[in-house]
Design a protein around this ligand. Structure first.
Ligand code: PMT
Length: 400
């Protein structure tokens, strides 16, 4: 069953009578595994208190655009980056109109502009307002921009009218949110993803490694599994829980990672090399702890095998995607790396900025392939991973 584990849902509540149902919606989303944060408009607070939604979501409710305290904690830009999905339920006629105009006159509409996350709206209003040409045009504008709708349902309305305009039931909205991630874009494809650092031992207690946390690779595994791929994660040592429905194979060294990946190749349609593999390892591993000695020591290192190059050169040759962690001339170095290693696609990652790249929650990348490129603006690694997976699916589709 599809779920929302590892997904951040930002729930926007606008001011309609259906706002009381958002309490149940928070519960339904959490039951499916989502982390939930709530933004309420001023109108929404006339119908239900922030305290109720704070207690249920377990997070402070965000209400003000210009709030110094909130901006120091999680301001509107951070909220937008945090979200994997912006779900607005209920979405009133007024809120829909403001969204379609691109207004940024309160926190919710501002975050809607500032986020790269998909937008799901659960409209709720009087049936006549729903049928009004202005609302119809606003919905059409938002749909054209990629917003998705769930509902409204038809039936008896709070005002006494009967017709379309009731907010869908929370369980149906939560299900729609869940299905949004289950894209099926890679249904049945077998994908292998490397993640995290490698560790190259110097002696029994010391090693050479790097700051890769595994977050980007694990987010890719989550996105691939959501997209219906049979997903295997070959991971160096990290402190992360693997996503559900993903096979985890743990390794330490570059050589172990290479051997594991080569063994998986006969059953692999797509290979993504996200791991930060040590380029060199100590020439010898000392059997006993190295004792402190002279002021200076030299450490002979030898080259590690290049895993992604070996995969792309293998006779099985899956669709092969590399990453390029660069600190300068990011895109041109990445393109050269794609050529040199014989890759189908490369993800250029500027790691000179510590807020993206190694051990950060966010990322911003340029994805290059032979005939095109796409820049994914800064967002959390889950959102970036879903964009990469969609691009891979599109490229494989267009080649077939
Ligand atoms: O794990 P996080 O903290 O979330 O950080 C994510 C990340 C910054 C590690 C990730 O986004 C990233 O950029 N991964 C690639 C890091 C890297 O080693 O880049 P590179 O430019 O040195 O290597 C180029 C490509 O060759 C990479 O796909 C790498 O996996 C692969 N490689 C490198 C060396 C080697 N011996 N074998 C390889 O397969």
């Amino acid at each position: 069953m599809a779920h929302l584990f590892n997904h951040n849902v930002l729930l926007g509540v606008s001011g309609g009578i259906a706002a009381y149902k958002s309490a149940e919606l928070v519960r339904q989303l959490q039951e499916r595994g989502a982390s939930v944060r709530v933004i309420m408009t001023h109108g929404a607070q006339e119908f239900i208190t922030p305290l109720t939604l704070q207690a249920l979501s377990g997070n402070p409710v965000h209400t003000e655009l210009l709030d110094e305290k909130a901006e120091q904690g999680m301001g509107h830009i951070e909220l937008g980056r945090w979200a994997d999905l912006l779900l607005i339920a209920p979405a009133t006629a007024d809120l829909i109109a403001r969204l379609s105009m691109g207004r940024a006159d309160d926190l919710l509409t501002t975050v809607a502009l500032a986020t790269a996350a998909p937008l799901l709206l659960a409209p709720a209003m009087n049936q006549q307002m729903w049928k009004d040409p202005a609302t119809i045009a606003n919905i059409a504008t938002l749909s054209q921009r990629g917003a998705q709708m769930i509902g409204p349902a038809s039936g008896q309305q709070a005002c006494g009218d009967t017709g379309p305009g009731r907010m869908e039931e929370p369980s149906i909205i939560a299900q729609a949110a869940t299905e949004l991630f289950a894209t099926g874009e890679l249904a049945g494809k077998r994908i292998v993803i490397t993640a995290g650092p490698t560790r190259e031992a110097l002696d029994p207690i010391r090693y050479i490694s790097n700051n890769s946390s595994g977050k980007m690779g694990y987010a890719l595994a989550q996105a691939a599994a959501d997209a219906g791929a049979i997903t295997t994660l070959v991971s160096g040592p990290v402190n992360l829980t693997p996503p559900d429905h993903v096979q985890l194979l743990c390794v330490e060294t570059a050589e172990q990672m290479l051997n594991q990946c080569l063994a998986l190749l006969p059953q692999c349609d797509i290979f993504i090399a996200c791991a930060a593999v040590a380029d060199y390892r100590p020439a010898t591993i000392q059997e006993q702890k190295i004792k402190k000695g002279p002021q200076e020591v030299s450490l002979p290192l030898v080259r590690n095998p290049d895993i992604v190059a070996a995969v792309s050169a293998s006779k099985h040759s899956p669709y092969t995607v590399g990453f390029a962690a660069e600190t300068n001339d990011v895109v041109s170095y990445a393109r050269a790396k794609m050529e040199r290693k014989g890759l189908d696609m490369i993800v250029a990652n500027d790691v000179s900025d510590p807020s993206i790249g190694f051990n950060s929650d966010d990322n911003s990348v340029t994805v290059l392939w032979r005939t095109g490129e796409h820049t994914a603006e800064r967002a959390n690694k889950g959102t970036i991973a879903r964009q990469i997976v969609t691009l891979i699916a599109q490229q494989i589709d267009s080649a077939s």
